[in-house]
Design a protein around this ligand. Structure first.
Ligand code: ATP
Ligand code: MG
Length: 311
């Protein structure tokens, strides 16, 4: 087991930031760690990486207790914190060399480790630049290179694409995909499309507790609001609603007049129900003209909103 978290809790004066969470991550998994602002993501990650002692509960990384065996646990982890602390007046290669030594990379391996991390993160062209003069995107890359430089088995990345432009986000995403083969990754982000693309598993946390832990697909499928069918018919709402009432799976019908006798209908159906064929047949039987028939599946964003907004 790469990560084993049992009943982890963190209380700050007067508020519980993380409230007895438990989860496990197997080697090789890429896990998206999602939640709204203040949910407890960074607090959890800081406890996992040994930067913050928990109030109660335990966390093991690669079998090493993060608090009682913190040196061994930390060696397994590459952590990219929310606000990457960088030395502004050091040059990129120099900084990474310093970090590699600090993290216990053997002297004769420091050079090759630094080269490898810089190559991974596309830092070759800025290797001699002062960190303080780099753009936000390049600073993020330095932060990621720092997390990688001692070749940890586990990467814990707290919003690695925060503040990046869409091109840079793509670059970081493909970098993560590249890293996925060799590493276990726990990644927090607010960019849900990123998680849908990169992660086979999602943990959603809200107010310090875990609300969901599954594949993005399974989460979307189980969502109550899953499955809205849009249909455009040349038929009036009264006739249509009368006919559709008879279809058991439809829970709600909304219509809007889109002109020239056409109406656009939104049908809420029970999760997992397939009513499109039935609708097409109904339209044919009633001689309604039909020009659109679409099933909208819930997205990870829908799941996120439902699990973290409804109280
Ligand atoms: N050092 C601290 N002292 C007091 N309260 C804290 C401290 N660090 C975090 N908190 C509180 O704990 C809660 C969880 O914060 P945390 O930073 O873990 O959230 P997050 O999920 O990372 O949010 P974001 O998406 O904004 O980064 C918040 O209410 C925050 O104010
Ligand atoms: Mg955070």
């Amino acid at each position: 087991m790469m990560i084993d978290v049992q009943n982890l809790t963190k209380r700050f004066a007067g508020r519980t930031a993380v409230d007895g969470i438990s989860f496990q991550v197997q080697p090789g998994e890429i896990v998206g760690f999602l939640g709204p602002n203040g949910a407890g993501k960074s607090t959890t990650m800081r406890m996992l990486t040994g930067y913050l002692p928990p109030t109660s509960g335990a966390a093991c990384i690669g079998g090493h207790d993060v608090f009682h065996d913190s040196l061994k646990a930390r060696r397994e982890i590459g952590f990219m914190p929310e606000n990457v602390p960088l030395y502004e007046d050091m040059r990129v290669a120099e900084y990474l060399t310093f970090r590699a030594a600090l993290k216990g990379v053997k002297i004769r391996e420091v050079r090759s480790s630094v080269e490898r991390a810089m190559e991974y993160c596309g830092l070759g062209e800025v290797r001699k630049k002062m960190i303080g003069t780099l753009s936000k995107g390049f600073r993020q890359r330095v932060g990621l290179a720092d997390a990688l430089v001692h070749r940890p088995r586990l990467l814990i990345l707290d919003e690695p694409t925060n503040g990046l432009d869409p091109n840079q986000i793509r670059q970081v995403r493909s970098l993560i995909a590249q890293l996925a083969g060799e590493h276990t990754i726990l990644l927090s982000t607010h960019i849900l499309s990123e998680v849908e693309m990169s992660c086979r598993r999602v943990i959603i946390i809200n107010k310090g507790t875990i609300r969901a832990d599954d594949t993005p697909e399974a989460l979307a499928e189980n969502l109550q609001s899953s499955g809205t069918v849009t249909v455009e018919l040349q038929a009036g709402p009264e006739e249509v609603s009368e006919q559709i009432q008879g279809m058991g799976a439809v829970r709600r019908l909304a219509s809007s007049d889109v002109g020239e006798g056409w109406h656009r209908y939104e049908l809420r159906v029970e999760p997992g129900e397939e009513i499109r064929v039935e609708l097409a047949e109904l339209a044919a039987a009633r001689h309604w003209r039909l020009r659109e028939l679409t099933l909208h599946r819930a997205t990870l964003e829908d799941v996120f909103v439902e699990l973290t907004q409804r109280e």
